[in-house]
Each structure stands twice: as C-alpha cells, then as structure tokens.
Design a protein around this ligand. Structure first.
Ligand code: PLP
Length: 396
C-alpha cells in the first residue's frame, strides 16, 4: 500500500504523530511498538479476533439502505450499523483487539481512562470476557454525571478510581492512568479508546477499527456492484470510528471522506470541540496533533452536548487528513445534531447516539447528485443519551 495517509515507521502522518512520552514510559511503549504488527498478523490472533467479532460483537454489522432518509436528501444513503454491536458502539472492536494483544504480551492487569464512560464500559466488558483485572480511571466530576456507566463498569467487575486533580475530567483521568502505567510496567496493559496517544496507539486502534471499511467494501459490492461509495461521513471525537470507516479508502481519491466535528454552541462561541478548525499544532497525550489551546499553549476546555465528541484534540491521522485536504472537515452544532438525531428516529425508526447524529447533520450541509452513494457511519445507539434527548426536546 502507498503510504500517504497511514503511519510511517515512527508513527508520523505527515508532520503529525510520533511518541512524545516521559522517559519512564519508554519501555512500555517500546515493547508495544516492537510487537504490535507482528502479533496482530499471527494466524492464531486473527482467528480469535475474527471469531469474537462474529460471535460476541455480532459482526458483520449491517450496511442498511435508509430509504426514507434517502428520499429526503435525494441521494442514496447507507447506514453502517455500528450501533448494533454488543455494548452499542464501535468501541468494542478496538477493546477486543487490544485485550487479545495484552494476553499475548502476558499482561495480567488492564487499565484505561474514560470520560463519559463508554470506553470504560467497553474495556470492562472485554476484561470480564477474558477474566482479567480491570482498573478504570475516571474524573470525579464525570463519575457524578455518568452514574449509569459507572454502575455498568462495577457490575462488569471493574474497579473505578476517581481522578481528583485538575478539572476532574478526562484529561486528569488520563494523567492518572499514565502514572499507574509507569508504576506497573511489567504486568499492566493500557487500553486507549481512540486513535490518540503515542505511536503505536493511533495506528493500532485504526487497524482494529478498519474492520468497518473492510466490511463496507464487501457489502457495497453486493448492494451496488461497486466497492466504493462517493462519500463516507463519520463523526470525529478522537477519531476512531472515522479512522475505521476511512481506512481502506484512504488512497482512493474518488471516495470523498467527510469528517464531522462538534461545533457545540457555535464555532466562534468559545464552547465547541471543532478541533481541526480551531486548533493549532501542539502535543497532547503523547502525540503531535492539532488541538485547541490558548496563545500560551494551555489546552482549552472543549464543549459539546455529546460527551464522546468532547475532546480538545484529534488523532494525528485526522490532523494530517485535514491539513492535506484528503478529508473534508465539517461541523455540526448541538442544535443541528439533536434535530438530525430526531429526524433519524422519525424517518427510519433508529435512535442514534448523539455523536453519530453529528455525522447525520452533515447531510443537510452537502450538495449531492441523485445517483451518489453516501455511507454514514452510525457509530453508536442512543440509549445512553436518552436523558439528554428528553431534556432537550422536553419529552417528559
Ligand atoms: C466514543 C464515541 C465516539 C467518538 O469517538 P471516536 O474515537 O471519534 O470514534 C463516537 N460515537 C460514539 C457512539 C462513541 O461512543
């Protein structure tokens, strides 16, 4: 494969990526860097991974032709149904992959950070599946506002440790997880939930999520007689569902890639998470990327109605896709996403995650030809967002 948009051997995508880590973390990251590709390509690894994706996650996820939505936008719209996966989103593809890797590296204990709790739940799930000890770091404020996910993690056998420093949210939980990893280099594996972090994480996570575009290719041939849609649309928080949906199309310029970020209360409102557009080059969580920061380099607090898009950076591959122009970056406000989410309920009988609703909101901002084929990656289901939907639309 030509390598314009995938990681090079040092984990760079153009000028972005790399591994900016404290020296004490070097042995852990280096072990992973040396072994991840070789291990993932072992026949026994692939066999176990594919079997679990099939029987445990429920893959392949359907590629569903959304007839009434297509009529509304006068274009052929397919939904890639990651919302039908076990645990309700794409995140499980990655946590299954990483826990299999952890087992093969003979690790006994798993740690992870979580913001809204979705990655924490996906990690706790695979730890239960594999009988591994699971410790989840979560900001104290997030613990208070995401009680159902905290309960899920505990039911699944995980220990949830509150991060009490700083803003008591995701970035503080990440700091705690890194501290733990430094102190337990021998027996502990750190499962990161998106295409962020030091090399090799962004590439590793993208490879695990690439099952999404692999399946789209196969499914589209059967439905449309071509592997290639004209557009693929996906929401971007850190960027893992988008990275997976784009993966096998990156080198094929005929397929237009559309990434949708959260504009929150508006791009210029000071309350958004539209990182690529508002961001500048900087280092966050071990990689060089675009991130939202003040003039003197302090990371600014992101905001979105959707907890999964509420991240101050994007993965380095997305920074490269943005600056190179390979992907087009759009954004949707809270209001636009909520309306698009409700529209999918009414037209197709599917309640989407509010993250995924941002991707749907892009349909209204684009110009299509009637014969165009559009795939929207429906990253997750909306059950977790019911409270937010109820409050926003006043359904109670
Ligand atoms: C976590 C999450 C996201 C955002 O994460 P990415 O790494 O950008 O994919 C999007 N959708 C859902 C349903 C999520 O749970």
């Amino acid at each position: 494969m030509k390598n314009l948009f995938h990681a090079d051997k040092n984990g760079y995508y153009g000028e972005f990526g790399g591994a900016f880590i404290p020296e004490m973390l070097y042995p852990n990251v280096e072990e992973l860097r040396k072994k991840y590709i070789e291990t993932m390509q072992e026949v026994s690894f692939q066999k176990e991974f594919q079997q679990l994706l099939k029987d445990y996650v429920g893959r392949p996820s359907p590629l569903y032709f959304a007839k009434r939505l297509s009529e509304k936008y006068q274009v052929k719209i397919y939904l890639k149904r990651e919302d039908l996966n076990h645990t309700g989103a794409h995140k499980i593809n990655n946590t299954i992959g990483q826990i299999l890797l952890a087992k093969r590296l003979k690790k006994k204990r798993i740690i992870a950070e979580t913001g809204a709790g979705q990655h924490g739940v996906a990690t706790a799930t695979v730890c239960a599946l594999m009988g591994m000890k699971c410790v989840i770091f979560m900001g104290e404020i997030d613990i208070a506002r995401q009680a159902p996910n905290v309960a899920r993690m505990k039911m699944l056998g995980a220990e949830v440790i509150p991060a009490k420093s700083g803003s008591k949210t995701l970035k503080d939980a990440t700091n705690e997880a890194i501290r733990d990893w430094i102190n337990n280099p021998e027996d502990t594996f750190y499962i990161i939930g998106s295409v962020v972090g030091p090399h090799p994480y962004p590439d590793m996570v993208a490879r695990f999520q690439s099952i999404i575009s692999e399946e789209i290719k196969r499914q589209l041939v059967i439905k449309e007689g071509t592997e290639n849609p004209d557009y693929i649309i996906a929401c971007v928080g850190g960027g893992s569902n988008a990275a997976g949906a784009f993966f096998h199309y990156l080198e094929d310029k005929n397929v237009k890639l559309i990434a949708v970020e959260a504009a929150g209360k508006g791009i210029n409102s000071g309350e958004s998470a539209a990182t690529s557009i508002l961001g500048e080059e900087g280092v966050i969580h071990g990689s060089k990327t675009l991130l939202m920061q003040t003039d003197d380099g302090q990371i600014t607090e992101p905001y979105s109605i959707s907890a999964g898009l509420d991240y101050p950076g994007v993965g380095p591959q997305h920074a490269h896709l943005f600056t190179s122009g390979r992907a087009k970056f759009l954004n949707a406000t809270d209001d636009e996403a909520m309306q698009a989410g409700l529209e999918l309920c009414k037209l197709e009988g599917i309640i989407p995650a509010i993250e995924s609703a941002h991707a749907l909101a892009a349909l209204d901002k684009m110009e299509f030809n009637k014969e165009d084929i559009v795939v929207v990656n429906l990253s997750g289901r909306g059950d977790k967002d019911l409270d937010t939907y109820i409050k926003y639309f006043k359904f109670d």
